[in-house]
Design a binder for this molecule. Structure first.
Ligand code: C6P
Length: 400
């Protein structure tokens, strides 16, 4: 697998690169790089507009990418796949196009303590705009959702339940199917933030039975600046457009405009054509590999890393849920996570240090930040060993 990713063969600060910052963004396989290059070298044109061959080729490749993605997440219809800039834009689209026109004062939006800012702030904006209330389901110390408490917070006033499938800061995999069922029983719609889930296991939106599912291309071996919102067709059909402009209209006059059909109604302006085609190539790559083997590999690596870090004194792992994806957050007594990240980089190890855009979650654990190693299918035990060596060095430097 590593050989498919050219960036991984480099040395950083005199050490082989151990890239453990996949939660932030994943590296790109050669075939995605080749696809982007081929598009710009031979097919670059605007889509849906030209009658010429280049435009037809670019349009055809975008359509093909949409179908690849539909099939990958098992949506029932291509019209349910909306191209957006990323998870953040997808969640804002649902907040502004679905929730804002429908919610009223005292309606409730339920999120969880585990959310990334992208799944908090768009709902806070809607609450300000409509008078709805934001409620937050608590977690246990392990980083697992308190399901009893969550259940108790659901009621007839709950209109939207928005939660992350996998926590980016702790790695917790939420029991989303159960929560969707509970929400549905109360008549609430469900919005899943799949940013950290899509690269780590098969997603089936029909099986999950969710109403919306959002993810970013760059976290699933694809380009930046492109992402996907899956939305149930019957809901999308009822929603007003998110942005106005070219492509999203059927007719325009100065008096009134009418909207294009799905999915174009939600894709105003020239889209990220190279991004769409590149994401298609990334998803083809994902579809070509054995996802069960990926899950097993990442599980094995996470267990190896957890054991190694548990064996180091002064280190505390934050987030010990029973069901975790390949994310390991930790703090070292007396050492700021930024120092840990800097020393790791000197050993060629890329990790992230900070609040991971989850400030309320950091507050829950009474830490300002954590260091985070996040895994992908190309990582191996050598990467973890390099991280451990850098942590031992950090302890030496700080005389711990
Ligand atoms: N998390 C991380 O290092 P965008 O930026 O739109 O592609 O994705 C936002 C986002 C939303 N939800 C979750 C669960 C996420 O993890 C992210 C991105 C990165 O954890 C950057 S903060």
């Amino acid at each position: 697998m590593r050989a498919e990713f050219p960036i991984l063969s480099q040395q950083v600060n005199g050490h082989p690169l151990s890239y453990l910052d996949n939660g932030a963004t994943t590296q790109k396989p050669q075939r995605v790089i080749d696809t982007l290059r081929r598009y710009y070298e031979s097919d670059n044109a605007n889509i849906h507009r030209g009658l010429h061959s280049l435009s037809e080729r670019a349009t055809r490749d975008c359509d093909k990418a949409r179908e690849t993605i539909r099939s990958f997440i098992n949506a029932s219809d291509q019209r349910e796949i909306i191209f957006v800039r990323g998870t953040t834009e997808a969640l804002n689209l649902v907040a502004q196009s679905y929730a804002r026109p429908r919610l009223q004062a005292d309606d409730e939006i339920l999120i969880t303590t585990l959310e990334h800012h992208s799944n908090i702030v768009p709902w806070q904006l809607v609450c300000r705009q409509t008078g709805a209330k934001l409620r937050v389901a608590p977690i246990h110390d392990s980083g697992e959702l308190d399901l009893e408490a969550l259940k108790g917070m659901l009621g007839p006033r709950t209109r939207v339940v928005a939660l992350t499938h996998v926590s980016n800061a702790l790695g917790t995999v939420n029991p989303v199917a159960d929560i969707i069922e509970m929400a549905r029983a109360q008549g609430a719609i469900t919005v899943l933030d799949g940013a950290q889930a899509v690269a780590h296991g098969a997603i089936d939106v029909q099986d999950l039975n969710c109403d919306f599912y959002a993810f970013s291309g760059h976290k699933v071996y694809g380009p930046t600046g492109i992402g996907v919102l899956f939305g149930r067709k019957c809901l999308l059909e009822e929603m007003e457009p998110w942005q106005g402009g070219g492509d999203m209209i059927r007719t325009v006059s100065f008096e009134e405009s009418t909207w294009n059909e799905l999915p174009y109604r939600f894709e105003a302006g020239t889209p990220n054509i190279a991004g769409i085609i590149g994401l298609g190539a990334a998803i083809e790559f994902m579809a070509s590999i054995d996802m069960d083997a990926v899950v097993a590999h990442e599980k094995d690596l996470l267990a190896y890393a957890t054991e190694a870090l548990d064996g180091l004194s002064n280190i505390r792992i934050i987030g010990t849920a029973r069901h975790k994806a390949g994310i390991l957050s930790f703090v070292m007594d007396g050492v700021h996570p930024h120092d840990i990240g800097t020393i790791a980089d000197q050993h060629g190890v890329a990790i992230r240090a900070g609040h991971h855009c989850a400030m309320p979650l950091m507050k829950r654990y009474r830490v300002p930040a954590t260091s985070r190693a996040s895994l992908a299918l190309y990582n191996d035990r050598k990467d973890i060993d390099a991280l451990v060596t850098s942590l031992q060095k950090t302890k030496e430097i700080f005389r711990l």
